[in-house]
Design a protein around this ligand. Sequence first.
Ligand code: BYC
Length: 316
Amino acid sequence: MKEITLADKFQAKIDQEIKIEPKDWMPEKYRKTLIRQMSQHAHSEIVGMLPEGNWISRAPTLRRKLGLLAKVQDEAGHGLYLYSATETLGIDRETLLEQLHTGKAKYSSIFNYPTTTWADIGAIGWLVDGAAIMNQVPLCRCSYGPYARAMVRVCKEESFHQRQGFEILMTMMEGNEAQKHMVQDAVNRWWWPSMMMFGPSDGDSPNSAQSMKWKIKRFSNDDLRQKFVDICAEQAQILGITLPDPDLKWNEERQHYDFGEIDWSEFWNVVKGNGPCNKERLDARVKAHEEGAWVREAAMAHAEKRRKRKEAAQVA
Ligand code: BYC
């Protein structure tokens, strides 16, 4: 009779939908895959604050400024939960940040595009957060407990961001011709990069098969992209704009929208570091990290002081 290995028991737990927790046995490749995906996700949240941060001081009204500030702050929070969840896999934050700052770790391609008008903030909310929700709701059922639990709150907040973005665009579409034009222009620029957020087509996605077997991913990149297209095509009609894809049309037989070919050479170019803002984003992160060194040192000194005070009180 075949001996039951640790790997068999592990897969059996996954198949029974039992969550894997930090101290449970796990294959080294599972741990590495999670560190890769979760840290990439954390980095994306943090780098994702930059394109929007650009508009905090230029938001058109106080209400818009408050909303945007809160959104960017939420993203910092998401980064923190995700870094903490990644640390449960036995890697420290210093190492994770070093991987980002030296270009060894990836972050989402989408954040390497510029935000040139206020309508970009609406388009990011609607399309980028919309794509993020589509990809992240299934992650609430990811097999790794700390990641799945972190995603529950992240998704609630992302869903609010998506509505906020849609509402910004809706308001502008009730405005003058210049404002309507600004919305269409922003959507034209953000549509294809948002489609690329889901990653390469299934046939070119080296990590998908194993990640699906381990129930880290629940849907393939292409399946999630199709769901996104189906929802956005309808919402675009409500907004009164067109999506920049002449091949986009309802397919009665498939009960889905057909859409045009993605320019994968653009995607890989951005992923490899050659997008319009890659250098600017990484430089900004490294600068913020260096300039924040004194804050980390002060926080450590404060924690040490508290620890000593507590120790002294226990002795007394
Ligand atoms: N950009 O085998 P694949 C947010 C890489 S945060 C860059 O399909 P996987 C938000 C991929 O890493 C958005 N690289 O990989 C924040 C892999 O290279 P490595 C981030 C990408 O992991 C603030 C290679 O291509 N969301 O939404 O199975 C404000 C082959 O791909 C991209 C997450 O991180 C990309 N777009 O699937 C607003 C969610 N796509 O690592 C919004 C969690 C692929 O082998 N992550 N690559 O060197 C995931 O769900 C999965 O990691 C992905 C990729 C679907 C992204």
